[in-house]
Ligand binder design. Structure first.
Ligand code: SAH
Length: 259
């Protein structure tokens, strides 16, 4: 009897953009893969880490021409794995944070394709680190909630009805509905003075941010024409942002000590 050789699909988190924020494991798998299947959030620099002879397939929702179809792993991913290839399915951030990784895993299991999942740095973590915003803080935030502001088509429930009223809130996919989101949060009882910000293209060379309050964020963000992909952070921690002293000042104080 001949054994059936199956390949494998790795659902790999590519992080928020900066290639240096890939995990060591993700970088190794990308360098080894026969097939790289990626979505639109994965940067060209990261794809360049793949073998020159690796097949590269754009499988994102935008690539398929329809942004709101039901999540389905691209048929070529399954076919390549069934043909014995090693496929890295690269997803922006972490595969299991609003990445539909769970749905892709279900489909791989149904097709009897072996798979493994490699975590990545989610956009909230990349943005918080870049902006020096602690997501929790002993003075003011004992919890952090990651939520999406984007409902499935046809779902009537108010989007933010389930988020806690205190602690830090990080909203993915919220930029397009920013004014409505801020209104919802104010109506729920968050104070208009609550510090809030939008961070777009976090950890990438074109990163942009705007800082305001829950009461003013929508107007400030639209005035600066900040663009997607962006996350929205709301909570006292946004006001706990710490500026780093500039390195030059440190060098001169050192030389003063030395002289
Ligand atoms: N799995 C991804 C999220 C996918 S949903 C993760 O863990 O990060 C897509 C949303 O993620 C975007 O609409 C945006 O809200 C956010 N996002 C992804 N990359 C981002 C980046 N570099 N900067 C800011 N937001 C980003």
């Amino acid at each position: 009897m001949r054994a059936i050789v199956r390949g494998k699909v790795w659902l790999v988190g590519a992080g928020p953009g900066d290639p240096e924020l890939l995990t060591v494991k993700a970088a190794r798998l990308i360098g080894d893969a026969d097939v790289l299947a990626y979505d639109e959030l994965v940067s060209a620099e990261i794809l360049a880490l793949g073998r020159s002879d690796a097949e590269r397939i754009a499988v994102g929702r935008r690539a398929s021409g329809c942004r709101h179809h039901e999540a389905k792993i691209h048929p070529e991913v399954i076919l390549a794995a069934l043909a014995g290839k090693t496929v890295v399915r690269l997803k922006g951030g972490d595969p299991f944070v609003f990445g539909r990784g769970g749905e892709e895993a279900e489909e791989l299991a149904a097709a009897r394709v072996p798979f493994e999942v490699v975590p990545g740095i989610s956009a909230a973590l990349g943005a918080a680190a870049q902006m020096h915003i602690p997501l929790t803080h002993r003075d003011c935030a004992a919890s952090v909630t990651f939520a999406t502001a984007h409902a499935r088509e046809g779902e009537g429930r108010p989007l933010l009805s389930v988020v806690p009223l205190d602690g830090t809130l990080v909203l993915y996919m919220g930029l397009g509905r920013l004014a409505a989101i801020c209104e919802d949060l104010l109506a729920q009882g968050r104070s208009a003075d609550t510090p809030a910000c939008v961070v777009s293209n976090a950890t990438r060379p074109n990163a942009k941010s705007v800082f305001a309050t829950l009461g003013t964020l929508a107007a400030v963000a639209s005035a600066t024409e900040i663009e997607a992909p962006a996350i929205v952070m709301v909570g006292e921690v946004v006001g706990k942002r710490v500026e780093s002293p500039v390195a030059v000042a440190l060098a001169s104080s050192r030389s003063r000590v030395a002289s």
